[in-house]
Design a binder for this molecule. Structure first.
Ligand code: GLC
Length: 423
């Protein structure tokens, strides 16, 4: 069975491989996505190391001068996706979006380096990527943490990677829609509308894009100008983990300055995360930076914090919390607590299980020694694939496959779950 699943996963990776980058899936997402590429590279590396490095190199070829790495690279025209380059208007030779995504590159580069059979290639590629990833991290702390709190804010729900999470409901509800011209969504032509964000949410997503576009995509202005500024613990944990991993890689490669700066970011980030701990929820929760208030929403963002080196007591509490959720959810880890009235098992990030999130939580909890829950998360992930194929996401109770099909990062994570014997 394992062999068969890995072969099917490889087939999907090849099918979505356009030579120097992969698309998440044909049709629904016909370009290169930032964190999709970094996580998919882990799967690619298991059978083609040079190709895996190229996946990340291609992404960083489109890094902005200020250090930002965009969430989408529009390598070629495709009218099947909205909003395309004409809406973003970032005026780049190869068009990109103007916002970013969870910075998992530092983690991925270190992982590729560590596991590489071709040491010479790995040293060369990692050395070239190191300053680029470091510049992205610098950008985050400069442009998304202007008051030096130790944690960064996202300024658009799409940056979180958890597009329509319940976490954003009240903040996105305050975003206006005036001046948004009528548009035709394309996502609902490729996937069931009941599995996707609502029209009202989409109008607000576009309003924010128009606001940033009007400011010329000048990152020295966007953070303060955005009415949507959220400190997401999961997003920050990914950044912190990437800083830690980059520091270790920099040490190995003799880049002392990058190592010490990255370590400082990670240390202050871990300390600041503590403010987002919610005793009532038994997990971390988001902070709305525009109102200064915590967001009382039990989403997977607060569980994803386990990916960073949070204190062991916190990791243990998160493991317990996931185990409790697992008493009702047949498949861990739902993107929103099934006990919450806002839970929707089919709708994107409001309940469904995503294998990339499972992978990062399992990886972090394994480092913290929480082996029992890790085995359950891995077993549930594999059962989902066996039962429902390589979907974009899954209903946590029925296992129903949702969203797009033959998904690249889902396939990559299956390869990871089935072949990995280290964290
Ligand atoms: C959706 C997801 C996002 C992902 C993208 C491509 O927008 O919410 O996290 O990167 O699809 O798969």
């Amino acid at each position: 069975m394992t062999h068969k699943l890995i072969n099917s996963a490889k087939e999907i990776l090849s099918e979505n491989d356009l030579g120097t980058y992969t698309v998440p899936t044909h049709g629904l997402y016909p370009f290169q996505w930032n964190w999709d590429s970094c996580l998919s590279a882990l799967g690619l590396a298991r059978f083609d190391e040079p190709r895996a490095w190229t996946e990340i190199d291609t992404l960083f070829e489109h890094q902005w001068d200020d250090g930002m790495v965009p969430h989408i690279i529009f390598h070629q025209e495709d009218s099947g996706y909205f909003p395309g380059p004409d809406v973003w208007q970032t005026r780049r030779e190869v068009p990109t979006s103007g916002i970013t995504q969870p910075p998992v590159a530092g983690y991925a580069v270190r992982k590729l380096f560590e596991r590489a059979a071709d040491r010479e290639l790995a040293a060369r590629r990692a050395r070239a990527l190191l300053p680029q990833v470091a510049a992205w991290h610098d950008w985050f702390f400069r442009c998304r943490d202007p008051e030096r709190t130790g944690l960064v804010a996202i300024i658009h729900p799409w940056e979180s990677g958890r597009d329509n999470s319940v976490d954003w409901d009240s903040a996105i509800g305050r975003v206006p829609t005036d001046g948004v011209p009528p548009f035709t969504r394309r996502d609902t032509e490729h996937a069931n509308p009941a599995h996707r964000p609502t029209q009202a949410q989409y109008e607000r997503y576009i309003w924010l894009v128009q606001l940033f576009r009007g400011l010329g995509w000048d990152n020295s202005k966007l953070h303060d100008a955005s009415p949507f500024r959220i400190v997401d613990p999961g997003f920050n944990a990914i950044l912190i983990r990437s800083c830690t991993d980059l520091a270790e890689l920099a040490d190995i490669l003799g880049e002392a300055e990058i190592a010490s700066k990255s370590r400082e970011y990670a240390t202050s980030g871990i300390a600041a995360l503590e403010q987002l701990w919610s005793e009532a929820n038994g997990q971390y929760i988001c902070l709305d930076r525009t109102t200064g208030e915590k967001i009382d929403s039990p989403s997977v963002g607060g569980l994803l914090t386990a990916f960073a080196a949070i204190p062991n007591s916190r990791a243990a509490a998160i493991a317990n919390r996931i185990a409790r959720i697992g008493e009702t959810a047949k498949f861990l880890v739902p993107s929103h607590d099934p006990a919450s009235p806002d839970f929707d098992g089919l709708r994107y990030w409001r309940g469904p299980v995503w294998l990339i999130v499972n992978y990062m939580i399992a990886n972090g909890l394994a480092r913290a020694g929480e082996t029992e829950i890790v085995s359950r998360i891995v077993a549930d992930s594999v059962r989902l694939i066996e039962q429902s194929g390589f979907a974009e996401y899954y209903h946590p109770i029925t296992g129903e496959p949702c969203g797009g099909t033959r998904f690249t990062w889902t396939a990559a994570m299956v390869i990871e779950f089935l072949t990995q014997n280290e964290t």
